[in-house]
Design a protein. Structure first.
Length: 147
């Protein structure tokens, strides 16, 4: 696993100035039905350069883990995929590794301390969540399709 702060398509953006100051792997919390976190929760802290209000990150992983995004809990307790187009992120393959790109705003809804203080604290996870065309599959689904 490799985490890049100040990422521009997986490479360090020299203009970023972001630095990862903490990266900790923790046990997975209670998860929604069907969600799997093969590496558990990844909690990191990154400091931002003066004048920056958000930062882009790239997480490189073994594709054999079978994850489909970088997931974080929002304020309502719903797990969302920050590496999806809906949140300005993306997934790709590079050098035989899976790359999850995502962005977090300082003091925004995915900055755990909730303060615009020049640092982003982010507990999230490379995880696999089964999806339907409208989000997580219903318990009433039959063969992956809604009834």
């Amino acid at each position: 696993m490799t985490l890049v702060a100040g990422s521009q398509d997986g490479k360090v953006d020299p203009a970023s100035g972001a630095r990862i100051t903490r990266l900790k792997q923790e046990d997975a919390p209670a998860l929604p039905k069907g969600m799997e976190m093969p590496l558990g929760l990844l909690s990191f802290k990154a400091t931002l350069a003066t004048g920056r209000s958000s930062e882009k990150f790239s997480l490189y992983l073994d594709p054999a883990l079978g994850v489909n995004g970088y997931w974080m809990e929002d304020g309502t307790g719903t797990w969302v995929n920050l590496s999806s187009a809906a949140y300005g992120g993306k997934m790709g393959s590079e050098g035989g590794r899976l790359r999850l790109d995502f962005e977090i705003s300082d003091g925004g809804r995915f900055d755990a301390d909730g303060q615009a203080n020049g640092a982003i604290t982010a507990p999230g996870a490379a995880a696999q969540m089964p999806l339907s065309i409208v989000g997580q599959a219903s318990d009433w689904a039959s063969n992956g399709f809604w009834l």
